[in-house]
Design a protein around this ligand. Structure first.
Ligand SMILES: NC(=O)c1ccc[n+]([C@@H]2O[C@H](COP(=O)([O-])OP(=O)(O)OC[C@H]3O[C@@H](n4cnc5c(N)ncnc54)[C@H](OP(=O)(O)O)[C@@H]3O)[C@@H](O)[C@H]2O)c1
Length: 255
């Protein structure tokens, strides 16, 4: 089965596409001929990405300014994205981490992490699902969770809690929306090597962490491609409410 070919001509909205995983997913979709709308707060980065997506062969590519923690911004972005053509797939990728010990987290940081990671997924998913239901169109939602939805680590307490919420919201939305032909699944990546964490993973604690991954390496962005394509396309037509973990075995490491 050619998973990539199943994305051709589909309209995919990727949130948090101005860097990291979101940028990668947007490029992956573009390479397979999807129409891609990229959303995030940093407009300049999105404009540069759109140029790249067009080069990669996206049938169309566009940027929408989007703050997922602001419902009005989400409504504008989903409406703006859908003007070119109705959405087929929504990828809730925008996310931030707290990176502080629990006792050092203040209300502002708590709100920022919860509003981005949980309220953001809720706002974008429900906005898209309402439009799909009204139009009688099927749709697919892919929520980017994390292995920290299932296990814990130091200095990511709120992040871990929000990712567990994303997995549970995935199941709850899947249950309610299956009747409308809307599938909702989550992808839970383990530690993926990106520019942002490159330095940490060369340090002693970073190398120690890698040793705890049964497959003894970090994930590469490309390791997510096939699972992502599976969830984003009709290849997973009888899957909904699931969470697919892609982590080199990290969540099954021995205690
Ligand atoms: N990297 C990993 O190892 C890893 C592992 C498991 C899960 N994840 C998950 O993967 C997703 C992407 O992470 P990443 O590592 O690629 O991080 P990243 O490079 O920091 O990217 C985060 C993206 O989210 C966007 N964003 C943040 N707040 C936003 C908001 N309020 N509204 C709209 N966009 C917002 C940022 O864009 P702007 O700042 O321009 O808005 C950025 O494009 C996150 O959900 C993360 O939890 C990552």
């Amino acid at each position: 089965m050619d998973l990539g070919a199943m994305l051709k001509g589909r309209h995919v909205l990727v949130t948090g596409a101005s860097s990291g995983l979101g940028r990668h997913f947007a490029q992956l979709c573009a390479r397979h001929g999807a129409l891609v709308t990229v959303g995030a707060r940093r407009r300049d980065r999105l404009e540069a990405l759109v140029e790249k997506l067009l080069e990669l062969g996206a049938e169309g590519a566009q940027a929408v300014e989007l703050d997922v923690s602001d419902v009005a911004s989400v409504q504008r972005a989903v409406a703006g994205a859908s003007m070119a053509s109705p959405l087929d797939v929504v990828v809730n990728n925008a996310g931030i981490a707290d990176n502080r010990p629990a006792l050092d987290i203040d209300e502002a940081l708590y709100d920022a992490v919860v509003d981005t990671n949980v309220k953001g997924v809720w706002a974008v998913s429900t906005e898209a699902a309402r439009a799909w239901r009204a139009a009688g169109r099927p749709g697919a939602v892919v929520n980017i969770a994390s292995v920290l939805a299932h296990r814990v680590a130091g200095a990511v307490s709120i992040y871990a809690a929000t990712k567990a919420a994303v997995v549970q919201m995935t199941a709850a939305h899947a249950l309610e929306w299956a009747r409308y032909g809307i599938r909702v699944n989550a992808l839970a990546p383990g530690y993926i090597s990106t520019e942002i964490n490159e330095e940490f993973f060369q340090s002693e604690p970073g190398l120690a962490l890698i040793k705890r991954i049964p497959m003894r390496r970090l994930g590469q962005l490309e390791d997510l491609d096939a699972p992502f394509l599976l969830l984003a396309t009709d290849a997973s037509r009888w899957m909904t409410g699931t969470c697919v973990t892609v982590d080199g075995g990290h969540t099954v490491s021995g205690l």
